[in-house]
Design a protein around this ligand. Sequence first.
Ligand SMILES: [Fe+2]
Length: 379
Amino acid sequence: MSDIVLTNALLVLKNEVIKGTVRLSQGRIAAVDSGRTSLSGAIDCSGDLLLAGLIELHTDNIERHIEPRPDVHWPHRAAILAHDGEFASVGVTTLFDALRVGSLSSGKASYQPYARALASEIAELRAQGALRISHFVHLRAEVSSETLAEELATFTPEDRVRLVSLMDHTPGQRQFRDLSYLRTYLQKKRRFTDAEFEAHVTHLKDLRAAHGERHERTAVEKAEQLGAVLASHDDTTIEHVAQSAARGVRVAEFPTTLEAAHACHEYGIKVIMGAPNLIRGGSHSGNVAAHELAREGLLDILSSDYVPSSLMTAAFRLADLWDNLSRAISTVTDTPARAAGLEDRGRIAPGLRADLVRVHRLGGLPVVRAVWSQGHRVG
Ligand SMILES: [Fe+2]
């Protein structure tokens, strides 16, 4: 593969933005220089921004591709390729597929196991060179599920599991401490009646009581065995955060209150907030707004959560809010890389992977013009 030279670009580096030129060679960044080059064959970026490829730690977007309508099941291999291409097109070059482990059936809400099969299918396509971007597995461990332990047991250190998050979606606490949001969601999406909703809530509380604590320990042990970083999910109180810290959690996904986010920083835990929350100006389940945490300096990492394109859009919103483009771009590049223990990416610097995004700013809208993954044009 011959070298690629990108010039006349605004390079978004860790602490500054400079006019410069980047040379890519053998899938790596070979050189970063200020100024232009007149080298023939260099790609003129017309003054566009060049960012490190975006890193997404938590997305369940694959679920939308394997089940595009409730109970409509799509062939997995085709779904994975479409999902992979969708992320490449919005500037994401490293993706943690957040796969749910732990299934449950309750009335009209029935969630079947899929994580093991999908992880193998993604790995197979990856080995066959069919994927555009870099994929890792993030296991979302639903601690109240009866099947958690047996599903977790099927994963080994060969599965590229780099993140394990502890999920507890029992109604009446954390994400769903206000039941009215859950009621609206289930009645709209699954057509629950009031009686069905009440029975569902009781069932989930019983499951939590029967399995929750034991399964939390199982998931923590499994994360260690897999060499994965441990994440908490929807921490709400200072006690939740203290408990997370005691388990070795290093990343907190979507803390739901300002107090919890403050406590995370006291324990050295990085805070991830949803990009859709930032763009919409608040949480869809009534929890703390991402922009509030950003203003308080408590937002470290953005995640696209359920809207892939939101990662880039929200990073630029943050840049406006903070009046600092480098700092904002770090929330979707360098900080998630380091939080997940990835040393070979996340910045534009010699020796790192040639994962880059060319972005044109159209008013407030970031337009992705080109994407390279390990030096290959993928978007
Ligand atoms: Fe949640």
